[in-house]
Design a protein around this ligand. Structure first.
Ligand code: SAM
Length: 335
Protein backbone atom coordinates (compact mmCIF):
# COMPACT_ATOMS: atom_id res chain seq x y z
CA UNK A 1 0.00 0.00 0.00
CA UNK A 2 1.41 3.40 -0.91
CA UNK A 3 1.72 6.14 1.71
CA UNK A 4 -0.65 9.11 1.49
CA UNK A 5 0.97 12.17 -0.09
CA UNK A 6 2.81 14.27 2.52
CA UNK A 7 1.16 17.57 3.34
CA UNK A 8 3.02 20.82 3.06
CA UNK A 9 3.36 23.87 5.24
CA UNK A 10 -0.21 25.13 5.39
CA UNK A 11 -1.41 27.70 7.91
CA UNK A 12 -4.88 28.33 9.37
CA UNK A 13 -5.61 30.88 6.66
CA UNK A 14 -4.82 28.47 3.84
CA UNK A 15 -1.50 30.05 2.91
CA UNK A 16 1.15 27.56 1.85
CA UNK A 17 4.82 28.22 2.65
CA UNK A 18 7.09 27.16 -0.18
CA UNK A 19 9.84 29.76 0.09
CA UNK A 20 12.40 28.97 2.79
CA UNK A 21 14.82 31.62 4.07
CA UNK A 22 17.81 30.05 5.78
CA UNK A 23 20.09 32.14 7.94
CA UNK A 24 23.59 30.67 7.91
CA UNK A 25 25.12 32.96 10.50
CA UNK A 26 24.11 35.92 12.63
CA UNK A 27 27.51 37.58 12.10
CA UNK A 28 28.16 40.25 9.52
CA UNK A 29 31.22 42.10 8.22
CA UNK A 30 29.28 45.38 7.93
CA UNK A 31 27.60 47.35 10.71
CA UNK A 32 24.72 49.06 8.90
CA UNK A 33 23.39 51.69 11.29
CA UNK A 34 19.75 50.62 10.75
CA UNK A 35 20.57 47.00 11.53
CA UNK A 36 23.31 46.66 14.16
CA UNK A 37 25.20 48.72 16.73
CA UNK A 38 28.83 49.63 15.95
CA UNK A 39 30.18 47.08 18.40
CA UNK A 40 28.15 44.22 16.88
CA UNK A 41 25.89 41.96 18.91
CA UNK A 42 26.34 39.03 21.30
CA UNK A 43 26.89 36.41 18.58
CA UNK A 44 25.54 32.87 18.76
CA UNK A 45 28.10 30.50 20.26
CA UNK A 46 29.57 27.77 18.03
CA UNK A 47 27.58 24.84 19.50
CA UNK A 48 24.35 26.80 19.13
CA UNK A 49 24.83 27.04 15.37
CA UNK A 50 23.55 24.26 13.17
CA UNK A 51 26.41 22.35 11.57
CA UNK A 52 26.56 22.18 7.78
CA UNK A 53 25.09 18.66 7.87
CA UNK A 54 22.27 19.78 10.16
CA UNK A 55 21.42 22.72 7.89
CA UNK A 56 21.31 20.46 4.86
CA UNK A 57 19.22 17.87 6.68
CA UNK A 58 16.59 20.42 7.70
CA UNK A 59 16.49 21.86 4.17
CA UNK A 60 16.06 18.32 2.86
CA UNK A 61 13.08 17.82 5.17
CA UNK A 62 11.59 21.10 3.91
CA UNK A 63 12.15 20.30 0.24
CA UNK A 64 11.50 16.57 0.14
CA UNK A 65 8.66 16.34 2.69
CA UNK A 66 7.12 19.78 2.98
CA UNK A 67 6.92 21.09 -0.57
CA UNK A 68 9.46 23.91 -0.27
CA UNK A 69 10.66 24.77 -3.77
CA UNK A 70 12.75 27.87 -3.16
CA UNK A 71 15.68 28.19 -0.76
CA UNK A 72 17.25 31.57 -0.03
CA UNK A 73 20.41 31.75 2.05
CA UNK A 74 20.85 34.83 4.17
CA UNK A 75 22.17 36.00 7.51
CA UNK A 76 23.97 37.93 9.03
CA UNK A 77 26.27 37.69 6.04
CA UNK A 78 26.04 34.25 4.42
CA UNK A 79 29.28 34.63 2.45
CA UNK A 80 31.24 34.47 5.71
CA UNK A 81 29.88 30.99 6.53
CA UNK A 82 32.86 28.71 5.85
CA UNK A 83 30.77 25.77 4.58
CA UNK A 84 28.58 27.81 2.22
CA UNK A 85 29.68 26.30 -1.09
CA UNK A 86 29.26 22.75 0.19
CA UNK A 87 25.82 23.55 1.60
CA UNK A 88 24.70 24.99 -1.74
CA UNK A 89 26.06 21.94 -3.54
CA UNK A 90 24.17 19.55 -1.24
CA UNK A 91 20.92 21.50 -1.61
CA UNK A 92 21.28 21.60 -5.40
CA UNK A 93 21.56 17.80 -5.35
CA UNK A 94 18.14 17.40 -3.69
CA UNK A 95 15.34 15.82 -5.67
CA UNK A 96 13.23 17.80 -6.43
CA UNK A 97 15.86 20.46 -6.83
CA UNK A 98 14.74 23.78 -5.33
CA UNK A 99 15.61 27.16 -6.80
CA UNK A 100 18.55 28.49 -4.79
CA UNK A 101 19.40 32.12 -4.16
CA UNK A 102 21.45 34.19 -1.73
CA UNK A 103 20.99 37.59 -0.09
CA UNK A 104 24.36 39.17 0.55
CA UNK A 105 26.16 42.45 1.00
CA UNK A 106 28.34 41.33 -1.91
CA UNK A 107 31.68 41.47 -0.09
CA UNK A 108 33.60 38.36 -1.09
CA UNK A 109 31.57 37.56 -4.20
CA UNK A 110 34.64 38.34 -6.29
CA UNK A 111 36.22 35.27 -4.69
CA UNK A 112 33.16 33.07 -4.35
CA UNK A 113 30.77 33.78 -7.24
CA UNK A 114 32.21 31.23 -9.72
CA UNK A 115 32.36 28.43 -7.11
CA UNK A 116 28.84 29.17 -5.93
CA UNK A 117 27.57 29.08 -9.51
CA UNK A 118 29.24 25.72 -10.11
CA UNK A 119 27.79 24.44 -6.80
CA UNK A 120 24.29 25.27 -8.05
CA UNK A 121 23.44 28.76 -6.81
CA UNK A 122 20.95 30.28 -9.25
CA UNK A 123 21.10 33.97 -8.41
CA UNK A 124 21.90 36.64 -5.84
CA UNK A 125 20.32 39.69 -4.20
CA UNK A 126 22.98 42.22 -3.24
CA UNK A 127 22.22 44.94 -0.71
CA UNK A 128 23.36 48.41 -1.71
CA UNK A 129 21.85 51.53 -0.15
CA UNK A 130 24.10 54.23 -1.58
CA UNK A 131 26.56 54.83 -4.41
CA UNK A 132 28.42 57.50 -2.52
CA UNK A 133 31.56 56.22 -0.87
CA UNK A 134 31.47 58.56 2.09
CA UNK A 135 27.81 57.80 2.76
CA UNK A 136 28.42 54.11 2.36
CA UNK A 137 31.20 54.25 4.94
CA UNK A 138 29.02 56.21 7.35
CA UNK A 139 26.00 53.98 6.82
CA UNK A 140 27.77 50.63 7.03
CA UNK A 141 30.63 51.81 9.28
CA UNK A 142 33.02 50.14 6.85
CA UNK A 143 34.80 51.54 3.77
CA UNK A 144 33.78 48.70 1.46
CA UNK A 145 31.73 50.24 -1.38
CA UNK A 146 34.32 49.21 -3.99
CA UNK A 147 34.10 45.59 -2.82
CA UNK A 148 30.30 45.60 -3.11
CA UNK A 149 30.41 47.06 -6.63
CA UNK A 150 33.03 44.50 -7.64
CA UNK A 151 30.92 41.74 -6.09
CA UNK A 152 27.90 42.80 -8.14
CA UNK A 153 29.93 42.69 -11.36
CA UNK A 154 31.42 39.32 -10.47
CA UNK A 155 28.01 37.85 -9.69
CA UNK A 156 26.74 38.94 -13.09
CA UNK A 157 29.87 37.63 -14.81
CA UNK A 158 29.44 34.26 -13.08
CA UNK A 159 25.85 34.03 -14.36
CA UNK A 160 24.14 34.46 -10.97
CA UNK A 161 21.36 36.31 -12.75
CA UNK A 162 19.10 38.19 -12.60
CA UNK A 163 21.27 40.07 -10.12
CA UNK A 164 18.92 42.01 -7.88
CA UNK A 165 19.83 44.96 -5.68
CA UNK A 166 18.05 45.61 -2.37
CA UNK A 167 18.09 49.20 -1.15
CA UNK A 168 16.71 50.73 2.05
CA UNK A 169 16.15 54.49 1.98
CA UNK A 170 16.39 56.50 5.16
CA UNK A 171 15.40 60.07 5.79
CA UNK A 172 18.31 62.44 5.99
CA UNK A 173 20.72 59.66 5.02
CA UNK A 174 20.14 58.49 1.44
CA UNK A 175 16.50 59.34 0.66
CA UNK A 176 17.61 61.47 -2.31
CA UNK A 177 19.32 58.53 -4.04
CA UNK A 178 16.35 56.64 -5.49
CA UNK A 179 16.79 57.89 -9.10
CA UNK A 180 20.59 57.47 -8.99
CA UNK A 181 20.33 53.92 -7.71
CA UNK A 182 17.85 53.13 -10.47
CA UNK A 183 20.14 54.69 -13.11
CA UNK A 184 23.00 52.54 -11.82
CA UNK A 185 20.87 49.39 -11.90
CA UNK A 186 19.58 50.11 -15.40
CA UNK A 187 23.08 50.83 -16.71
CA UNK A 188 24.38 47.52 -15.37
CA UNK A 189 21.38 45.29 -16.05
CA UNK A 190 20.60 44.74 -12.36
CA UNK A 191 17.03 44.67 -11.00
CA UNK A 192 16.52 47.18 -8.23
CA UNK A 193 14.13 46.78 -5.31
CA UNK A 194 13.57 49.29 -2.55
CA UNK A 195 12.64 47.89 0.85
CA UNK A 196 10.72 50.00 3.34
CA UNK A 197 12.64 50.18 6.59
CA UNK A 198 11.09 47.81 9.13
CA UNK A 199 11.08 47.69 12.95
CA UNK A 200 13.76 45.01 13.10
CA UNK A 201 16.85 46.93 14.19
CA UNK A 202 18.79 45.68 17.18
CA UNK A 203 18.73 49.16 18.70
CA UNK A 204 14.92 49.49 18.51
CA UNK A 205 15.33 52.94 16.98
CA UNK A 206 12.80 52.51 14.14
CA UNK A 207 10.31 55.33 13.87
CA UNK A 208 7.18 54.95 11.75
CA UNK A 209 6.90 58.71 11.28
CA UNK A 210 10.47 59.02 9.99
CA UNK A 211 10.30 56.06 7.61
CA UNK A 212 10.57 56.68 3.84
CA UNK A 213 7.36 55.18 2.49
CA UNK A 214 6.69 53.29 -0.74
CA UNK A 215 4.65 56.26 -1.99
CA UNK A 216 7.56 58.61 -1.42
CA UNK A 217 9.99 56.26 -3.15
CA UNK A 218 7.67 56.00 -6.15
CA UNK A 219 7.20 59.77 -6.29
CA UNK A 220 10.97 60.28 -6.29
CA UNK A 221 11.41 57.74 -9.09
CA UNK A 222 8.56 59.24 -11.12
CA UNK A 223 10.33 62.60 -11.10
CA UNK A 224 12.99 61.01 -13.29
CA UNK A 225 11.35 58.00 -14.95
CA UNK A 226 8.07 56.91 -16.40
CA UNK A 227 6.73 54.02 -14.29
CA UNK A 228 3.87 51.89 -15.59
CA UNK A 229 2.26 48.87 -13.92
CA UNK A 230 4.11 45.64 -14.60
CA UNK A 231 1.70 43.24 -16.35
CA UNK A 232 3.59 40.23 -14.94
CA UNK A 233 1.54 38.34 -12.32
CA UNK A 234 2.90 39.32 -8.85
CA UNK A 235 1.96 36.03 -7.22
CA UNK A 236 3.54 35.70 -3.80
CA UNK A 237 6.44 38.07 -4.54
CA UNK A 238 7.02 40.65 -1.81
CA UNK A 239 7.93 43.32 -4.37
CA UNK A 240 5.36 45.27 -6.35
CA UNK A 241 7.03 46.02 -9.66
CA UNK A 242 6.78 48.70 -12.33
CA UNK A 243 8.11 48.88 -15.87
CA UNK A 244 10.66 51.66 -16.26
CA UNK A 245 10.18 53.88 -19.31
CA UNK A 246 7.97 51.27 -20.96
CA UNK A 247 10.18 48.29 -20.02
CA UNK A 248 11.53 45.72 -20.25
CA UNK A 249 13.56 47.02 -17.28
CA UNK A 250 11.65 46.94 -13.99
CA UNK A 251 11.90 48.41 -10.54
CA UNK A 252 10.28 47.05 -7.40
CA UNK A 253 9.18 48.32 -4.02
CA UNK A 254 8.74 46.05 -1.02
CA UNK A 255 6.27 48.04 1.05
CA UNK A 256 6.12 45.76 4.05
CA UNK A 257 4.93 48.53 6.35
CA UNK A 258 2.60 50.69 4.25
CA UNK A 259 1.54 48.08 1.66
CA UNK A 260 1.62 44.79 3.56
CA UNK A 261 1.36 41.60 1.54
CA UNK A 262 0.89 39.15 4.42
CA UNK A 263 -2.21 37.65 2.79
CA UNK A 264 0.01 36.24 0.03
CA UNK A 265 2.99 35.33 2.21
CA UNK A 266 4.58 32.00 1.28
CA UNK A 267 7.70 32.25 3.44
CA UNK A 268 9.04 30.18 6.30
CA UNK A 269 12.32 30.84 8.06
CA UNK A 270 15.10 28.78 9.64
CA UNK A 271 17.53 30.65 11.88
CA UNK A 272 21.23 29.80 12.12
CA UNK A 273 20.54 28.15 15.48
CA UNK A 274 17.81 25.92 14.13
CA UNK A 275 14.64 27.76 15.09
CA UNK A 276 11.64 27.93 12.80
CA UNK A 277 10.00 31.33 12.47
CA UNK A 278 6.75 31.54 10.55
CA UNK A 279 7.05 35.32 10.12
CA UNK A 280 9.81 37.95 10.21
CA UNK A 281 7.82 39.59 12.99
CA UNK A 282 6.92 36.45 14.93
CA UNK A 283 7.51 36.71 18.65
CA UNK A 284 7.83 32.96 19.12
CA UNK A 285 9.89 30.23 17.45
CA UNK A 286 9.92 26.45 17.25
CA UNK A 287 13.11 24.66 18.14
CA UNK A 288 14.10 22.13 15.50
CA UNK A 289 17.73 21.95 16.58
CA UNK A 290 16.81 20.49 19.95
CA UNK A 291 14.56 17.89 18.34
CA UNK A 292 17.15 17.04 15.72
CA UNK A 293 19.93 16.61 18.29
CA UNK A 294 17.62 14.54 20.49
CA UNK A 295 17.32 12.05 17.65
CA UNK A 296 14.05 13.04 15.94
CA UNK A 297 13.58 11.38 12.57
CA UNK A 298 12.73 13.35 9.43
CA UNK A 299 8.99 12.78 9.78
CA UNK A 300 9.02 14.12 13.33
CA UNK A 301 10.96 17.20 12.17
CA UNK A 302 8.43 17.69 9.37
CA UNK A 303 5.57 17.35 11.84
CA UNK A 304 7.06 20.04 14.07
CA UNK A 305 7.59 22.34 11.08
CA UNK A 306 3.95 21.89 10.02
CA UNK A 307 2.78 22.64 13.57
CA UNK A 308 4.93 25.79 13.68
CA UNK A 309 3.33 26.93 10.42
CA UNK A 310 -0.21 26.47 11.70
CA UNK A 311 0.40 29.19 14.29
CA UNK A 312 1.30 31.84 11.67
CA UNK A 313 -0.64 35.03 12.29
CA UNK A 314 -2.81 36.63 9.61
CA UNK A 315 -0.53 39.66 9.42
CA UNK A 316 2.59 41.21 10.90
CA UNK A 317 0.52 43.69 12.93
CA UNK A 318 3.03 46.55 12.77
CA UNK A 319 0.14 49.00 12.92
CA UNK A 320 -1.59 47.31 15.87
CA UNK A 321 -1.30 49.19 19.16
CA UNK A 322 -0.20 45.89 20.70
CA UNK A 323 2.66 45.35 18.18
CA UNK A 324 5.83 44.12 19.80
CA UNK A 325 9.11 44.21 17.90
CA UNK A 326 10.66 40.73 17.87
CA UNK A 327 13.51 40.30 20.32
CA UNK A 328 15.73 38.91 17.59
CA UNK A 329 17.00 41.62 15.24
CA UNK A 330 16.94 41.18 11.46
CA UNK A 331 20.58 40.08 11.41
CA UNK A 332 19.80 37.13 13.68
CA UNK A 333 16.55 36.17 11.96
CA UNK A 334 17.84 36.31 8.42
CA UNK A 335 16.50 39.04 6.15
N1 SAM B 1 24.09 40.55 4.96
C1 SAM B 1 23.16 40.26 3.91
C2 SAM B 1 22.80 41.51 3.16
O1 SAM B 1 23.40 42.55 3.41
O2 SAM B 1 21.93 41.42 2.29
C3 SAM B 1 21.93 39.50 4.33
C4 SAM B 1 21.24 39.89 5.59
S1 SAM B 1 20.55 41.53 5.63
C5 SAM B 1 19.79 41.51 7.23
C6 SAM B 1 19.22 41.33 4.47
C7 SAM B 1 18.54 42.59 4.03
O3 SAM B 1 17.84 43.12 5.11
C8 SAM B 1 19.45 43.70 3.52
O4 SAM B 1 19.01 44.10 2.25
C9 SAM B 1 19.26 44.80 4.52
O5 SAM B 1 19.35 46.07 3.93
C10 SAM B 1 17.87 44.52 4.99
N2 SAM B 1 17.55 45.08 6.29
C11 SAM B 1 18.23 45.01 7.44
N3 SAM B 1 17.58 45.64 8.43
C12 SAM B 1 16.45 46.14 7.87
C13 SAM B 1 15.35 46.90 8.37
N4 SAM B 1 15.28 47.28 9.63
N5 SAM B 1 14.36 47.19 7.52
C14 SAM B 1 14.41 46.81 6.22
N6 SAM B 1 15.42 46.10 5.70
C15 SAM B 1 16.43 45.77 6.52
Amino acid sequence: MSLPPPTGLVDRYGRVARDLRVSLTDKCNLRCTYCMPAEGLPWLAGPQLLTDDEVVRLIRVAVCRLGVDEVRFTGGEPLIRPGLVGIVEAVAALDPRPRISLTTNGIGLNRLAPALRVAGLDRVNVSLDTLDQERFTRLTRRDRLADVLAGLADAAAAGLTPVKINAVLMRGVNEDEAPALLRFALDHGYELRFIEQMPLDAQHGWDRAAMVTADEILAALRAAYDLSPDPTERGTAPAETWLVDGGPARVGVIGTVTRPFCGDCDRTRLTADGQIRNCLFATDESDLRGALRAGADDEELARRWRAATLGKRAGHGIDDPSFLQPTRPMSAIGG
